[in-house]
Design a protein around this ligand. Structure first.
Ligand code: ATR
Length: 284
């Protein structure tokens, strides 16, 4: 085992603000399950303090072995670590950092988490050829990366701001095309998978009507937003009789690789853990 990995390792989640993060609940559940003495704590780090935080991480003075990085630091940290892997490079953002042989490494586990959630809840989801991804931000890049890695031939990125969709499509090459929202009704026809990566329909915004019934007969609609568990887009698809998967599993599964890096134990996403987070969501 790498000398940086120990049962008593200390890990963090940094963001700004960080109060909303459910990652501590997930990692503390796994620490408890495995009987480890390590810790996982939220730390609010403002953008201007990020370089200092990473210097202390690298020279070990912070006492941390690694951790998760969330909004708004996922892109900025790429230039602050010693090495990013191919996944983080392609996505252009990282969410997990760890020390390995004295070097600070970073990857992006959102893409693996997205795929693992569908593997668990909708086996065969990756047999389809064509996917629609709504949104063109960082989360969308992680989803597009996962879809190409799992063999989708065509990924249509649909976004309110069409130019952002074009920039994303150029980044990933010829299998990815860009569209404005006005083309959604056309491109959705015959698609096997629809992924929402936007907050459309939340916080008072209206979801434009989407006809999911024109998708292929094996169609699946999923959302990476998990608050609420049934987002307006999932509710609409369900109402139309189309199969759906919520995004909570992605949150749980994206956490697993980091836990293994910091504490040396492979954690399991259990129904009990899922229920723990749902209960917390209901309480707040
Ligand atoms: P993230 O990194 O989480 O993906 P982001 O970079 O802020 O976040 O991207 C948010 C995405 O949600 C964008 O695709 C955004 O569309 P624009 O690029 O046009 O801004 C999309 N989005 C957010 N609110 C929306 C709304 N009310 N209607 C349509 N799209 C919306």
């Amino acid at each position: 085992m790498d000398k940086d990995i120990q049962n008593s390792s200390r890990a963090f989640v940094i963001g700004h603000p960080i109060g909303h993060s459910r990652s501590p609940m997930i990692h503390r559940y796994w620490l408890n399950q495995a009987g480890l003495t390590g810790s996982y704590d939220p730390v609010d780090v403002a953008p201007e303090d990020l370089p200092t935080f990473f210097r202390a991480l690298k020279d070990r003075s912070s006492g941390f072995t690694g951790g998760n990085v969330t909004v708004p630091h996922k892109e900025a940290i790429i230039t602050l670590v010693d090495e990013i892997d191919e996944t983080a490079r392609l996505i252009g953002a990282a969410n997990t950092v760890w020390l390995e042989d004295g070097r600070l490494m970073a990857t992006n586990t959102d893409s693996l988490g997205f795929a693992a959630n569908l593997d668990e809840t909708a086996a065969g989801w990756d047999h389809g050829k064509r996917a629609i991804v709504l949104g063109a931000g960082g989360a969308s890049r992680a989803v597009v990366h996962a879809l190409l890695a799992r063999g989708f031939d065509e990924v249509s990125v649909v976004n309110r701001t069409a130019s952002r969709a074009s920039t994303l499509a150029e980044r990933f090459g010829p299998c990815v095309s860009a569209h404005g929202l006005e083309n959604l009704a056309d491109v959705i026809k015959g698609a096997n998978l629809f992924v929402n990566t936007t907050t459309l329909g939340m916080a008072g915004t209206e979801v434009p009507p989407i006809d999911f019934t024109t998708m292929a007969s094996d169609a699946l609609v999923t959302d990476i937003v998990y608050i609420p568990l049934e987002t307006p887009i999932l509710a609409m698809a369900k109402h139309q009789g189309v199969a759906t998967t919520d995004g909570l599993g992605m949150l749980l599964h994206q956490a697993a690789p980091g836990f293994q890096k910091w504490f040396g134990v492979k954690p399991v996403v259990t129904p009990e853990l899922r229920q723990l987070i749902i209960s917390d969501m209901e309480a707040h």
